[in-house]
Design a binder for this molecule. Sequence first.
Ligand code: RAM
Length: 906
Amino acid sequence: MPVKKIIALFLMQFVAVAAFAQKLSVSDLTVNYKVNPIGIDAHDIHFSWKINSQLKQTMQKTYELRLATQKELLSKNQNLTWGSGKVDTEQSVHIAYAGSPLKSKQRYYWQVRITDNHKNSSAWSEVQYFETGIMNSSEWTAKWIETEEITDGASGPVPTFFRSFNIGSPIKDARLYITAHGIYEAKLNGKKISENLLTPGWTSYTKRLQYQTYDVTSLLTTGENAAVVSIGDGWYRGFLQWNKKRNWYGKEVGLLYQLEITMADGKKQVISSDGSWKSSFEGPIRAADIYNGETFDSRLDLPINSKTTAKWKGVRVLETSLDNLIVQEAPPVIRKEQFKPLKFIRTPKGETVVDFGQNLVGWVQIKIKGKSGEILKINHAEVLDKEGNFYTSNLRSALQENTFILNGKDQFLEPHFTFQGFRYIKVTYPGELDESNLTAVAIYSDMAPTGFFASSDKQINQLQHNIQWGQKGNFVDVPTDCPQRDERLGWTGDAQVFFNTAAYNMNVSSFFKKWLGDLKADQYEDGRVPAVIPITQRRGTDGSAGWADAATIIPWDFYWVYGDKGILSAQYTSMKKWVDYISSVASNNLWNNGTHYGDWLFYTMADDRDGKAAITDKHLIAQTFFAASTQNIIKAAEVLGNKEDVIKYTALLEKVKDAFLKEYVTPSGRLVSNSQTAYVLALNFDMLPESLRPQAAARLVENIKSYKNHITTGFLGTPYICHVLSRFGYDDIAYALLFQETYPSWLYPVKMGATTIWERWDGIKTDGSFQNTSMNSFNHYAYGAIGDWMYKRVAGLNAAEAGYKKIRIEPSPGGKFTNAIAKLETLYGTAKSNWKIENGKFILDVIIPVNTQATIVFPNAAGAKITENNNAIEELKYLKKLKGDSKNESVELGSGTYHFEYLMNK
Ligand code: RAM
């Protein structure tokens, strides 16, 4: 045999052995939803992993996890910090650390191995790590420092803080623990310590301020080192909200900085923010504000070192308490997609405008070489008006203007402490500008994309695109209503209606964990929940139905998506406080008081002669949310094993529903508000006795038809309308709404060229004119809540048990669709439902992740011959055919990849 062939044979054998050995493996290890996180909370450590197996129907049988302070100790199986031992369980997500208390500022290495139900054993997984942050406030040697010069809250240049220090011996390791009052950008020896933006993010600062932990080992050198931090106003003291008010949290920006260096010889050196720092307002950022933009004079962008700072002023050291510090929970905001100009436009007004083709949130980067002192100004807008001119009236007082003063050299410019919502920019510049040197960059919280939805319909795909971009633009550290005008606030109602859709599209776990922490922190003593989180000011509408209910809806939905009981325990008192508040103000369990937003932005017409405005009684709405929130507590109490509360709130729920019936429903089942939203909420939250439900659903359909298959719901009815229609057998009407192209509908904005979801159904009217400038955002995700129905119903991808431990694939083909596909990266792995109809044949491709089980429902299949991979399903051992009904057939199966086909019934 020729040598080559022998080697080939040998290699083949080797590959075969390797493949065999990998029958079962563990991957994607995470701690608290994060891959190898540093600076996390030592008191709250949860492990998850995914399992890979070639075999169908694979379930974890046991796991064994080990953890140590050094990698080597793991393989030696010696001096482990914690060994779980072999645990007999299917649980592979949210495994709580159960060893003795973990240390502060310590790295731990861990790995896991498992066995499965086929008697396979995995190898030990790759070693992963996590590192704890500063766990006791006594470990902070740093003090808050502020500039010596006092601004007293006035806007002005961005201050820079500086200190140099000497490192005498070789460095082993260095960590920087840092946060700010304001938003900071920090450098060590001229290099940025991280690409994270807008740090420390926005939280309810006085109660909760995140600090960040960075591994800065590679940025330090022996000898002299320079630490530089500039701090912009940000949310802390910049303009916030529409009333031109600043300094919500304080009047001066501040820095908290603790650099801990471990030398090769084990000695430690700590550089902390203290009286030895210097400060100056002479830096290049002459102004920076989130709404208004930034002015950057690059002529002042000079090297910063001990010589150039000789004349800088000192700092004031504050004795502020550090009790509000928390570890970084949310994913950082980072630069994401980039866009090159799509079109250059000379507008009728003679302005130079660039179209980036996508409404996005971030800024424009510029490569340029101009004359020193030349001014380049960029204004940002979401739309052009009907004449084709640059339109900014809907930004209200937000200037969205970045100004750069050039230094005459080759330059790369971008702002630091601001962000804009835009698709178009207007450029003002005296010199020649090569527009191809402009790049728009989107910034948003770094959430892993988890969901994919696509279909045979181009317009629906554009709708999905718009939903995703609405999410990207408004998930910039806080879930905001809009990202462009002088608002950009964490409106609770908006977040609540969009949560489920958001959780399909991206992994929003840590993002919402942080925000829910703020919700809890900002909730009033009496239980009311502010309309925006983090709170800006007290409002009469704090406690508005459908807004404040975010307090129970999001934790429950979060639990359902991620199967994480931790979120329910963390939020449980807050959930109860909210419902107890409603109870306390309700009279005889009727919540008929308070100021409410109602079904915000529902359909109305200017000259409403026919009474077509889709008004829903605000207290009727409130009563349905009273029930919804009570129901969420009952479910949470069941999960947490709190029997007393289950009993207590079940009794309450009954009374709440009774009160609803007495007050808002006629004996024949008509609701006092004849609106889509009234019927949708009553049905969605099970407010009516079973006997009245079918006719209520029929009335809803009648109502929709009276609007010629148009949706008239506002923020509160919209998320549920198609779900309710599907549930009561009206998929056809749901599809008619989905495919409706004229106003009001989801596709109307798509037809009008939208690239994001609009705040209003008619942000741009058919004649090209705009809705009221006082509230007309073109990037508002609320109506994008239809995405949830598209994943769940159109493609049919559902959780049947919390966290997708059980999955239900139940596609509902309809409308113009001949194909729909949804994929979701669950905590267990990829789940997929992909159906198409070809010549009357229904073809369904499904992926079910390892360690989960699923039910597959085949639409219009009663009695049909269904095959999986060309075999009749009745003959297959790896699935179980269930009893079908008059329309559908269904099977139960385990993990694996499946291909089903059958001829659909007419
Ligand atoms: C608007 C916001 C938001 C809505 C509130 C009630 O100003 O944009 O979308 O929730 O009002």
